[in-house]
Design a binder for this molecule. Structure first.
Ligand code: AMP
Length: 230
């Protein structure tokens, strides 16, 4: 059955439709820049807290000092010691990770020497996980398993105590920075070799131009800030 509406109700419904369209158009503005970014730059659309625009992230980013040509010519060294000098920025950094990993049933936080030892332990304590140090060769006194890898500047190896992580444990790998991804790959290999499940890797800084994320074989990586050289 077809019901014919009087002319004034038709014009009222038309005006309501126009208003709805107008407001949807206005509301779409804040997401336009993000959508454009997503279309134009796949690098900027990785899993990073920076995209969420949490107000704490700007403070964190401004506290990281960039030292050109350290330790070698051509390296833009991301110095997190300046971040540690600011209790609010340091706490915000830890809080952001804790908010992400609390309640995720993670029993191991594995921190990579040396700067993963700064961020890993407070995260582990806050989420109720144990902390396992992944160390440079010949530093751990007990029986170890080792994994070699290639760095942005050189070659290296990390080791973990045998028995520190049990098969089936859920692990989070923490470091200050991902460059080429070799270090995180080696850390994941160590944990997986003893039967752990790596849930995610977490870093304060990513150098997206070095494409380290692509070396992680699809393993999720969460970063707070990105540093582009250009
Ligand atoms: P990669 O294995 O290439 O991802 O390198 C990551 C490791 O090397 C991390 O443990 C960082 O601390 C260190 N690293 C590499 N490049 C830099 C850099 N430009 N600034 C500070 N640390 C770096």
């Amino acid at each position: 059955m077809c019901v014919s509406l009087p002319t004034h109700s038709l014009s009222l419904s038309l005006s309501i439709n126009i208003l709805v369209l107008f407001f949807s158009f206005l509301c779409s503005f804040p997401i336009l820049p993000c959508t454009l970014l997503k279309l134009t730059s796949p690098l900027i659309c990785t899993m990073s807290a920076y995209k969420d625009q949490d107000p704490r992230l700007h403070g964190i980013k401004t506290k990281i000092r960039v030292v050109p040509n350290f330790p070698k010519s051509g390296i833009m060294f991301q110095d997190i010691t300046t971040l540690l000098l600011d209790p609010k920025a340091f706490k915000d950094t830890i809080d952001l990770f804790v908010e992400r990993y609390k309640g995720k049933n993670i029993s191991v936080v594995a921190g990579i020497e040396a700067r993963g030892f700064i961020f890993g332990p407070p995260i582990a304590l806050a989420i109720g996980a144990k902390f396992v140090p992944l160390r440079k060769p010949k530093k751990l006194p007990g029986k170890v398993i080792s994994q070699e890898y290639i760095l942005e500047y050189g070659r290296d190896c990390i080791e973990m105590h045998v028995g520190a992580v049990e098969p089936g444990e859920r692990a989070l790998v923490v470091d200050d920075l991902i460059a080429t991804g070799g270090t995180l790959c080696a850390a994941m290999d160590l944990l997986e070799r003893v039967g752990a499940e790596v849930v995610e890797c977490a870093c304060v800084i990513e150098l997206p131009e070095l494409k380290g994320r692509e070396r992680l074989n699809g393993k999720p990586l969460y970063v707070l800030v990105e540093y582009m050289e250009i």
